[in-house]
Design a protein. Sequence first.
Length: 284
Amino acid sequence: MEIKKIMVIGAGQMGSGIAQVSAMAGLDVVLNDIKDEFVNRGMGIIEKNLSRDVSKGRLDEAGKEAIMKRFKPSTSLQDAADVDIVVEAAIENMEIKGKIFRDLDEITPQHTILATNTSSLPITEIGAVTKRPEKVIGMHFMNPVPVMKLIEVIRGLATSDDTFNAVKELSERMNKVPVEVNDAPGFVANRVLIPMINEAVYCVYEGIATPEAVDQVMKLGMNHPMGPLALADLIGLDTCLYIMEVLHDGLGDSKYRPCPLLRKYVAAGWLGRKSGRGFYVYDK
Ligand SMILES: CC(=O)CC(=O)SCCNC(=O)CCNC(=O)[C@H](O)C(C)(C)COP(=O)(O)OP(=O)(O)OC[C@H]1O[C@@H](n2cnc3c(N)ncnc32)[C@H](O)[C@@H]1OP(=O)(O)O
Ligand SMILES: NC(=O)C1=CN([C@@H]2O[C@H](COP(=O)(O)OP(=O)(O)OC[C@H]3O[C@@H](n4cnc5c(N)ncnc54)[C@H](OP(=O)(O)O)[C@@H]3O)[C@@H](O)[C@H]2O)C=CC1
């Protein structure tokens, strides 16, 4: 079955990027969020990215217009009634994702694949709230989506080969590289990345170095494109904390304990770029 129409749920930093690369791959895209203003904000990000592609000569105006015409804004999950795949990118919260997947299972046709962009939550558990766990899969894009090549494709216990192959093919149509991994806390990307970020936060917490110094060490010493604390601000400190908690609970090893400073920043509402302040201060 060829995937022609997608719904992306959550028009935040990840959802808007996923919607953009979907439309650029030629899919019709329903972009869904709970309020019009969030959908409009997501569409604004996409429009800005495509305009930059035009100004850089990677796309012409007609191409941009053709891509923009593929979007349908939505604030109702009922708009998923005729899509071939849903990629959910709402906030990282099991209760919210569980409700969305239960509703989607009622609304979407039987052939529809239900994918989640979760950074750490168990795909098997998300699949289990539906009557089609064989069609539930993790499609984990990296931030910023239009730039990063990887999609971590995560199989839940019941995910079928047909579902896996369809998602692999779709990822390649999006000009991305799918890498297959099994379902485990944090999968591979965040099992490796987020503890490194957490240790970077400990370096600041214990007064070993300033955020700037920690980031410089990792940029100049390890050739990372950005330092771990600047990256934490890009990901969102709430998301980083949530992932550390999933690792800690799921793997039960004290080495995954979240740094108290990370907890403190999140409690203060210092969430990184999206709130204007994290380890660094940003213009909102
Ligand atoms: C938490 C999870 O579950 C999983 C995750 O996503 S973990 C996070 C994974 N991501 C990373 O590790 C990102 C690491 N950082 C980087 O790769 C780079 O710093 C970066 C791509 C973000 C920026 O690159 P840079 O060279 O420092 O800056 P910059 O020159 O501004 O950007 C490079 C290109 O990316 C584009 N870009 C940057 N941010 C973008 C965004 N948000 N959307 C679209 N395009 C973007 C720029 O327009 C630019 O394109 P051109 O070269 O064509 O002009
Ligand atoms: N940040 C990152 O680097 C990465 C994040 N992810 C994962 O992607 C998902 C989204 O993260 P991110 O884009 O950073 O988060 P954002 O906060 O930027 O976006 C989430 C969006 O979902 C909306 N939303 C909340 N609840 C619902 C709902 N019930 N139905 C529809 N939309 C809803 C939010 O609205 P509101 O603003 O009102 O809350 C917001 O617009 C998370 O699961 C995260 O773990 C995966 C890879 C990387």
